[in-house]
Write a protein that binds this ligand. Structure first.
Ligand SMILES: [Zn+2]
Length: 134
């Protein structure tokens, strides 16, 4: 058996119900997109790939990752995840990381942030997930 320290790198769509978090309010953020509807305000749910536990993210969590670019993982896990990010050329994306509160696997999500719109609001696009089992 060689599933100790198994790390997977996947598209965020495999774990999230929504990957684009639109700005608040009803204004258009991009000229070529429709005005934001209630759809843009749904909770963003991550489902743990190991145990199925659901974790809800909101805009403030993602903004915190934008401002505070520090890992919450152990140094060992953070180094492994940084290596994978570099290998996949996503090391310049913002990230948030945590341990699943239920099964304790290490998880990091990578996302893009854009600022703009009439109110200087923000737009997030969750791109990738890294999970480490064991
Ligand atoms: Zn879990």
């Amino acid at each position: 058996m060689n599933n100790i320290n198994k790390i997977i790198f996947i598209d965020a769509k495999e774990r999230f119900n929504i990957t684009e978090i639109l700005p608040r309010g009803r204004d258009r953020f991009f000229a070529d997109k429709s005005p934001v509807t209630e759809e843009g305000c749904k909770p963003v749910l991550y489902t743990c790939g190991n145990c199925g536990y659901g974790i809800v993210f909101n805009r403030d969590n993602l903004l915190a990752g934008e401002r505070n670019r520090k890992t919450k993982l152990s140094q060992e896990d953070a180094i492994r995840f940084d290596e994978i990010a570099k290998k996949n050329k996503i090391e310049n994306l913002r990230f948030l990381d945590f341990y699943c509160p239920h099964c304790e696997i290490a998880v990091r999500i990578y996302y893009e942030t854009q600022f703009g719109g009439h109110h200087g609001d923000s737009f997030f696009n969750i791109k990738y997930v890294i999970e480490k089992k064991g």
